[in-house]
Design a protein around this ligand. Structure first.
Ligand code: ZN
Ligand code: ZN
Length: 262
């Protein structure tokens, strides 16, 4: 596991990442405080609902932090190119270094990234071969958390019994409606945005095309026909499907001998 942390120096990226962390923190504080914990204390809901919310929240922020601080697949400064794979390498005219085909030079980060998908300002990092799996987990868990939040916001008004313990004098009691409306708005935006992003990411992986290749109408990515399990196993670095959902692990490429792993 590469323990080297990655921090891209980009104030715009820090701002975007800060906004995403704020949305996560807002909902992780207010949804349990306004909805889950009071209803659990009054016996309206089982403890499993509270545990599941905190679990979804933990998985979401873990995927965010790992996707943001993981090495996306930066090329070594002096790579050794196996003779048999020479034709699959090319020169980057921006950093003057040899790189495997399908790598791209990121102008925000200032270096070449293997099988770069795109640069994402919301995680302030490139999405490349080594952290694409974490980015997919982030899209997935953000959808889960925002959908869960939306359902709870809805239930608070139309389904759950009124709370006897809500104190109308404290801040959260006085501004309950406004706080929940903000939460609802954030969850709607996140769910809508992440669903479309996740869909385009999955279709890209299944057709073996990165976002950059799709945008430039390149046919580089269209290779051997693979099943969806093979395509996803390649991205996640394992055939164990349960591990596809875990951000607390390291990824090893399934085919370490290929041109992209030198
Ligand atoms: Zn370069
Ligand atoms: Zn980048």
């Amino acid at each position: 596991m590469k323990l080297r942390m990655h921090f891209v120096v980009d104030p715009m990226g820090w701002f975007c990442l800060g906004m995403v962390l704020f949305i996560w923190l807002y909902n992780t504080i207010f949804i349990p405080k306004l909805v889950l914990l009071p209803h659990y204390a009054e016996g309206h809901i089982p403890s499993a609902l509270v545990v599941c919310y905190y679990l979804a929240s933990l998985l979401c922020v873990s995927a965010l932090i790992r996707a943001s601080t993981a090495d996306p697949g930066r090329l070594a400064p002096d790579p050794t190119i196996p003779l048999a794979e020479r034709e699959q390498w090319e020169l980057c005219n921006k950093c003057n270094m040899m790189r495997p085909k399908r790598s791209h030079h990121c102008s925000r980060c200032g270096y070449c990234v293997r099988r770069m998908d795109h640069h994402c300002p919301w995680i302030n990092n490139c999405v490349g071969e080594d952290n694409h799996w974490l980015f997919l987990q982030l899209c997935f868990y953000t959808q889960v958390l925002s959908l869960y939040t939306l359902v709870l916001d809805f239930c608070q008004y139309y389904y759950f019994q009124p709370l006897a313990s809500m104190d109308p004098v404290v801040f959260t009691g006085r501004h309950e409606l406004a706080l929940l409306r903000v939460s609802c708005f954030m969850a709607l935006v996140m769910f809508g945005g992440m669903s479309s992003l996740f869909y385009s990411q999955i279709t890209g992986i299944l057709s073996d095309m990165t976002t950059i290749e799709k945008m430039s109408h390149s046919t580089d990515g269209i290779g051997a026909h693979r099943t969806w399990q093979q395509s996803l196993a390649e991205v996640f670095g394992t055939r164990w499907k349960l591990l596809w959902f875990l951000p607390f692990r390291s990824r090893r490429p399934l085919h370490p001998g290929s041109a992209s792993h030198v």
